[in-house]
Write a protein that binds this ligand. Structure first.
Ligand code: ARG
Length: 606
């Protein structure tokens, strides 16, 4: 399960530390670096009246390489020269258990946190919020900013009987991340799949099914069979206009609610959803709601058109109805075709109205390719023009194109082909290293999971809007910043308990002497662990998975550089070995949390 914040934190800051003011919007019980930032803000504010601690707090940022936190003095717009201001802070500075030192560098003040406190508090917090929560679920990194709020995340949304293309794959991967992210920030999340399950193509499939359909093949793999039927009958329709008109007549019956005409369609939809559910499960993706274009009521679409008409927003053009959005550079949005049939845009308008009535969401996010930017902008705009106050709560999370997704057999048409190919390419990759391969317990299942990780990480590694080229070789390599590398890092760090049974069980945290963690490499790991709650908050603001991926890489690298020097096995001082082991286990917990947020299943062994 992906983490979500509980009602109260099982972690409290040590009462023996110097007291700090409470800055609104901070939550040191879930992000202990908030306390360190407050300690810095207090020093700056005390030295530079009338600056308040709250104001100063907003100016405390992570430092560049090797610096814990930096304050850029000019941003406070205080009277006086920057050097004078800096001198005031420096003159008053007293090190304490929060802050060790400050350095003045041009317009900046660089602060170093007290290492002993940093390590103790961060590791205690990670441990408590991972292993001592009332819910029994890991919570480190979560926050409560979304408490009491509900969000619908609509994503994946493939079209039944058509190709599952890479745009749907991206929507699935990014959407699952967005849903996990909101959950981690305390929101109630509804994962929604809006299937393309309506339209004239279903009339065509009905005609095609009579000719080419097989109940058996349908039961076996509905997605595949319907697509095959669709391809065949499409060819026929191109050659024979009679097929087209039969299809149109059939779809008309469907639109009119003719039960007989709908019976087969219902089965197709049901079986397709069932198949998709299995495939999503393998991707660690789950939907509470499967809806679709077919589910949008005629009434809500008619009501929307009526309202638009009453508001004088409709223009007629050659029998079609449209809303002129040119003053917002959004063109003309057709909301009703000449023949009166409903269209994609109108279904989205009606669908949003229905969803608001049903769910009273505080936010609704559509994870859809940037190819549909105009479509989403149009329907959001129309809803705003209709004066629905909740139209402001709609958000489009978009993403760029992917080139060249294919298997060795050719172009990808189905989701299960991608999943299978990821597993088999990865399996071959693993076999190249025979020594290692022999020790893998369940090579196929492991290859499958690592393969999926590779696909997902490649997809989320860069800014959403970037296009990229699908590359099995690169994404499935253990070298460089890849999904397999992250899984490997997690496996390696998980092995630490198995390899050092004599150190187990570890004593309670209070009995572990963290002052023995004196290496800079250890401090670096701990500071990164401390920053994870901020990584989550930033991701919520930007809707970018790449920040979390980057964090996971940085943590994996930091662990890797500590591994050879900050050793556990072979360390003769048992107390020291235990402290190190505890730190690595905390790092494992945080790496695991970040991976789960990205919808991955962190592996314990490979
Ligand atoms: N089924 C659509 C497609 O494949 C995507 C649906 C996006 N969501 C929406 N509400 N329009 O293009």
């Amino acid at each position: 399960p992906t983490p979500t914040a509980g009602p109260s934190s099982p972690f409290v800051i040590s009462p023996n530390l110097p007291p700090l003011p409470q800055v609104p919007g901070t939550d040191p019980e879930r992000c202990v670096l908030d306390a360190f930032r407050t300690a810095i803000a207090k020093r700056v504010a005390d030295a530079l009246p009338p600056l308040t601690v709250e104001q100063a707090y907003t100016g405390v940022d992570y430092g560049k390489k090797g610096v814990d936190f930096t304050v850029a003095l000019p941003r406070f717009r205080l009277p006086g020269k920057v050097d004078e201001l800096a001198k005031k802070v420096l003159n008053q500075f007293q090190p304490d258990e929060w802050i060790e030192s400050v350095v003045h560098d041009k317009a900046f003040l660089h602060f170093t946190l007290n290492t002993t406190t940093l390590i103790r508090q961060v590791l205690d917090q990670v441990h408590a919020l991972t292993h001592a929560t009332p819910s029994g679920q890991p919570e480190y990194g979560t926050n409560t900013s979304g408490e009491g709020k509900r969000v619908i995340v609509e994503y994946s949304s493939p079209n039944i009987a058509k190709q599952f293309h890479v745009g749907h794959l991206r929507s699935t991967i990014i959407g699952a991340f967005i849903a996990n992210l909101y959950k981690a920030c305390g929101w109630e999340v509804i994962n929604m799949n809006y299937l393309g399950d309506w339209g004239t193509q279903f009339g065509l499939i009905a005609v095609g099914f009579n000719k080419y359909g097989s109940r058996e093949a349908l039961e076996k793999n509905a997605i595949k069979h319907l697509f095959e039927v669709y391809v065949k009958i499409n060819k026929d329709a191109e050659a024979d206009p009679e097929v087209k008109s039969q299809a149109a007549a059939f779809f008309k019956r469907m639109e009119e609610g003719d039960e007989e005409a709908l019976a087969d369609w219902r089965v197709w939809r049901e079986l397709s959803v069932r198949k998709y559910e299995e495939e999503y499960a393998r991707l660690n993706v789950h939907f509470e709601v499967y809806t679709g274009e077919s589910q949008v009521g005629k009434e809500s679409q008619d009501m929307a058109l009526k309202r638009l008409e009453e508001m004088g927003l409709i223009d007629e053009s050659q029998g079609a109805k449209l809303v002129n959005l040119e003053q917002w550079k959004l063109g003309k949005a057709v909301v009703r075709k000449k023949d009166g049939t409903s269209i994609y845009l109108t279904r989205d308008i009606g669908g949003a109205i229905e969803r608001y009535e049903k769910y009273k969401f505080d936010k609704m996010i559509y994870v859809v390719s940037s190819q549909q930017d105009l479509h989403l902008a149009q329907f959001f705009k129309v809803l705003k023009l209709m004066d629905f106050p909740w139209a402001e709560r709609l958000e489009h999370v978009n993403y760029g194109l992917v080139q060249g997704m294919s298997t060795r057999k050719g172009t990808v048409v189905f989701l299960d082909e991608i999943i299978r190919e990821a597993g088999s390419v990865m399996h071959e990759q693993m076999r190249k290293n025979e020594e290692k391969y022999k020790n893998i317990e369940e090579p196929e299942a492991t290859a499958q999971e690592i393969g999926i990780t590779g696909v997902k990480i490649q997809d989320m590694a860069a800014k959403r809007i970037n296009n990229y080229t699908f590359n099995w070789e690169r994404m499935l390599s253990f070298e460089g910043d890849t999904g397999p590398y992250l899984q490997y890092a997690h496996v390696r760090i998980s092995s630490i308990s198995r390899k050092n049974p004599e150190l187990l069980p570890l004593p309670a945290p209070a009995k572990i002497d963290t002052t023995l963690l004196t290496e800079p490499a250890a401090r670096e790991i701990v500071l990164l662990l401390g920053s994870y709650p901020d990584v989550v908050k930033t991701a919520l603001r930007t809707h970018e998975p790449s920040g979390v991926v980057t964090f996971a890489y940085r943590l994996a690298h930091a662990i890797s550089s500590a591994w050879e020097t900050v050793i556990v096995k072979g360390e003769s001082d048992v107390e020291k070995a235990r402290a190190r082991m505890w730190m690595y286990l905390c790092a494992r917990d945080v790496l695991g949390a970040a991976m789960r947020l990205l919808s991955l299943k962190p592996l314990e062994r490979m």
